[in-house]
Design a protein around this ligand. Structure first.
Ligand code: ZN
Length: 235
């Protein structure tokens, strides 16, 4: 049994070495519930808490489950790197939670939400990175009026023109006919969900740890969808 675990760990290490080189930045671009994709690191499927991770240089994106985000951090430590997985501020609850499970795994993408700073950034769009465009969208989507709404749409134009939605695995938006509208809806919905999702995330993640030998829990997790309206779940 111990050898089996060792073998799986070696396999996961090989996968990690294919994805990451020392110094490379890893950004969590998106977190969502229960997908049928395979975890890049361990191959497990379905994924209960799906983390989309972007390699900021190669732009490769991988699907990783919660526990394997922590495994990635353990590998980084083994290899002498103090690097952390970067999370956007809207996922600060998730980042805090993952750090409470394994300290130092996550850190926040740095972003100054001062409006003057954002206006200055937007005046040189050619210098904007993915991280900055995404941070501006995450911040300005909270506003219903004012200059922030204009900035949101300017940033959205850049986001769409550079196909950044592919990094966030929003490629399904591409097929809907109105890419901008569906991406705008996505950012707004993510923001609304972030207002009420923390408790559900922590509870469900805890249950995922318990569910290894219990298929019933998987069924519950799949049924209890992503939106916070579904809180009348039987647990
Ligand atoms: Zn995994």
């Amino acid at each position: 049994m111990a050898m089996e675990i060792n073998k799986d760990w070696k396999h996961a290490e090989t996968k990690m070495k294919n994805f990451w080189r020392p110094g490379d930045e890893i950004i969590c671009t998106r977190i969502f519930r229960s997908s049928n994709n395979e975890c890049y690191l361990c191959g497990h499927t379905p994924i209960e808490w799906h983390h989309v991770l972007l390699h900021s240089i190669s732009n490769e994106i991988i699907d990783v489950e919660f526990s394997c985000v922590i495994n990635m951090k353990k590998m980084l430590e083994e290899w002498g790197s103090d690097q952390k997985i970067l999370f956007f501020p809207k996922y600060s609850d998730e980042a805090n939670h993952i750090n409470s499970e394994y300290a130092g795994t996550a850190s926040m993408v740095e972003f100054n939400s001062n409006i003057e700073v954002i206006i200055e950034l937007m005046s040189h769009p050619e210098r904007l990175s993915y991280k900055q465009v995404k941070s501006i969208l995450d911040h300005t989507t909270k506003f219903k009026e004012g200059v922030e709404v204009e900035l949101f749409h300017e940033a959205l134009d850049i986001y769409v023109a550079r196909n950044y939605y592919l990094y966030d695995m929003l490629d399904e938006c591409d097929k809907s006919g109105n890419v901008e509208q569906s991406i705008e809806n996505y950012f707004r919905k993510e923001w609304e969900d972030a207002q009420c999702g923390e408790e559900e995330y922590q509870q469900a993640t805890y249950r995922t740890f318990l569910s290894d030998e219990n298929g019933d829990v998987d069924q519950y997790l799949n049924r209890n969808g992503h939106r916070c309206e579904n809180e009348d779940a039987p647990f």
